[in-house]
Design a protein around this ligand. Structure first.
Ligand code: GDP
Ligand code: MG
Length: 163
């Protein structure tokens, strides 16, 4: 079984950009994975010869009956339930938000390995803003730039290290 990595975080932090960066083939092959729904938010990734599955979240189809917040929470819960490891993405340019704290509090309850990815950190490795993310209590943050491909390899290695 390939390890499954879920990408979670509030809207606009760069989850889908990271997903695209991690997945080489856009058409995910998920038929072999019992229990995983066929869904366009699954993709295949690899690090050298190590293969993994990535789940993007937040491709919401806002629905008046549930609303976007509930739909987001549902997608996040489903992805986290299927995942072996979670990448929690935050945005260093926007800074820490109440929604980030809510997601962190939720992730603390699920008993899975969580990696905190500080996205949009291109050229900001020395930024004082990086420090505030320690407040989330999610361990050592991984500065990345999904758009520019920085920090992605070391994040992926950390995600896969137990597999
Ligand atoms: P999602 O809503 O979390 O899936 O976020 P998206 O992947 O759609 O990205 C939201 C916005 O952030 C887009 O305009 C992206 O181009 C931008 N973005 C994503 N990653 C980076 C990054 O590493 N650096 C910068 N500067 N912008 C980024
Ligand atoms: Mg997205």
């Amino acid at each position: 079984m390939k390890p499954v990595i879920a990408i979670v975080g509030r809207p606009n932090v760069g989850k889908s950009t990271l997903f695209n960066r991690l997945t080489k083939s856009r058409d995910a092959i998920v038929a072999d994975f019992a229990g995983l729904t066929r869904d366009r938010h699954y993709g295949d990734g690899h690090l050298g010869d190590r293969e993994f599955i990535v789940i993007d979240t937040g491709g919401f189809e806002p629905d008046s009956s549930t609303g976007i917040v509930k739909e987001m929470a549902k997608q996040t819960r489903q992805a986290v339930a299927e995942a072996d490891v979670v990448i929690f993405v935050v945005d260093v340019r926007a800074g820490l938000s109440a929604q980030d704290h809510d997601i962190a509090n939720y992730l603390r309850t699920v008993g899975k390995k969580v990696l905190l990815a500080i996205n949009k950190a291109e050229g900001m490795q020395e930024s004082p803003h990086l420090a505030e993310f320690y407040e989330l209590g999610m361990g050592e943050p991984h500065p990345i730039s999904s758009a520019h491909g920085q920090g992605i390899r070391s994040l992926t290695e950390a995600a896969l290290e137990d597999f």
